[in-house]
Write a protein that binds this ligand. Structure first.
Ligand SMILES: *Cc1c(COP(=O)(O)O)cnc(C)c1O
Length: 444
């Protein structure tokens, strides 16, 4: 499929941005030239996926499309109980509402924003324990997505009975799209088993993570990508997937669990809020497309192109002097806005300033992953900043070509030239949860 993109002038974009209150989430898509806001639900589907959709069986219960979906998810994950949901956060809401509540604690390499929001909304606490090596943006440490197992043991001692679950996110989206090694997953799994704590794999990008395991962990060099994924699933008690990522579809998700009792409890919530157990939040044709996508995403040629093209963008903007999180993650390139704009204090959101500059200068849409997304206020309404001020350039799957990416690199050259002129922002309106989606800003 060919999709036209509309070219705008810088002057027009300045007006569009003002109208969007300097929040690119509030822009209209036809005003965006290259959309790197997210890789979620933005994949181009293959001819085989479209063909499968034509066979969608929309029966309310026990549809053929459900059987195909079940088989695909079961074969990959090994889990027996599978709950289809309309997207990842619906699965999160079901599982974390059931497991969470006041006093409960969840531990993760890094909770993704919707994961954290669902946990905190239930009244529980979400603790991130990425490894120390993840803090160094310049080293070529191969698995910066790993979870700190020493800290995990300490937290198990401190919170004992209150720990609801450990969540390993592969790849670690909010931690820079960095991979988790099989070795780390094995250690986390062993610690959880010993302490009888539930281990959930947030497997949105399981195929991309498998790519890194194969090419960076010697023991797995001869395994297929799918075998690596299957081994990783075997170390967990359940998983949550946003199919909008590595299932190569525009909408969908699921929750898969090994334990019957837990599955039964979740099933009740599924039926109340999503739909009957054999479709959840999905139509038959969606389940068809997911079943095909879960196969295609493990194809070697696809994964090779995918990961290499992300690295291409990262390496080229790094070469011209843009501070990036290195090495590149699987689905996105992360720019260190604090370093690019040292003159903008964190209270004025340097990441948001870069997001605005990329749009104004080049019509590129990106997202801040820093204190806009994760900042909190203390009692005096003073900002407690996030650990990092990053901007994420997420690459939609099977959408952009190298010449699109070359254009992005050129725009970064211009952003760098104008970096001293960039101005900070202040938030003038925000909701209580997930404020980055709808907040309004003003330029300072
Ligand atoms: C996208 C994502 C989710 C949430 O999934 P949605 O389909 O957007 O609701 C959860 N965890 C991670 C790591 C994600 O990337």
């Amino acid at each position: 499929m060919v999709e036209p993109i509309k070219v705008t002038t810088q002057k027009e974009r300045e007006q569009h941005l003002q109208k969007a209150h300097f929040n690119p989430f509030l822009l209209q898509s036809q005003h965006v030239l290259i959309d790197l806001l997210t890789d979620s639900g933005t994949s181009a589907m293959s001819q085989n996926q479209w063909a499968a959709m034509m066979q969608g069986d929309e029966s309310y219960a026990g549809a053929r499309s459900w059987q195909k979906f079940y088989k695909a998810v079961h074969n990959l994950t090994g889990f027996e109980y599978i709950l289809p949901t309309h997207q990842g956060r619906a699965a999160e809401r079901i599982l974390y509402t059931y497991l969470g509540g006041k006093g409960k604690v969840f531990i993760s390499n890094t909770h993704f924003d919707t994961t954290r929001a669902n946990i905190e909304f239930s009244g529980a606490q979400a603790i991130d324990i990425p490894i120390e090596e993840a803090k160094d943006f310049n080293s070529d440490y191969p698995f910066k997505g790993n979870l700190d197992t020493e800290k995990l043991k300490q937290l198990f001692k401190r919170h004992k009975k209150n720990i609801a679950a450990v969540i390993v996110t592969v790849t670690n989206n909010s931690g820079g799209g960095q991979p988790v090694s099989m070795q780390n997953m094995k250690e986390v799994s062993a610690i959880c088993k010993k302490n009888k704590i539930l281990l959930i794999l947030d497997c949105c990008r399981i195929a991309e993570n498998s790519y890194f395991v194969k090419h960076r962990e010697k023991k797995y060099a001869k395994h297929s990508y799918k075998e690596i994924a299957m081994e990783m699933f075997s170390l967990a008690d359940g998983c949550i997937m946003s199919a909008k990522k590595d299932a190569l579809v525009n909408m969908g998700g699921f929750l898969a669990i090994a334990d019957k009792e837990l599955a039964d409890a979740c099933m009740s919530l599924l039926i109340i809020t999503e739909g009957f157990s054999t479709y959840g939040g999905l139509s038959g044709r969606d389940m068809e497309a997911i079943a095909v996508g879960l196969e295609e995403v493990f194809e070697a040629d696809y994964l090779n192109y995918r990961i290499k093209s992300t690295a291409y963008l990262c390496d080229h903007i790094k070469k011209i002097g843009i501070p990036v999180l290195y090495p590149a993650g699987g689905h996105a390139v992360y720019v260190d806005a604090k370093k690019l704009y040292p003159h903008i204090p964190v209270e004025q959101y340097p990441g948001q300033a870069l997001v605005c500059a990329l749009y104004e200068i080049g019509g590129i849409r990106s997202v801040e992953i820093g204190s806009v997304m994760f900042g909190k206020y203390d009692k005096n309404k003073k900002l407690i900043p996030a650990t990092n001020e990053l901007v994420r350039l997420a690459i939609p799957r099977r959408v952009y070509t190298q010449s699109h990416i070359d254009y992005v690199i050129e725009v970064f050259g211009e952003v760098l030239k104008q970096s001293k002129n960039a101005k900070g922002l202040k938030i003038i309106r925000e909701p209580a949860f997930l404020r980055h989606f709808t907040a309004h800003f003003e330029m300072i």
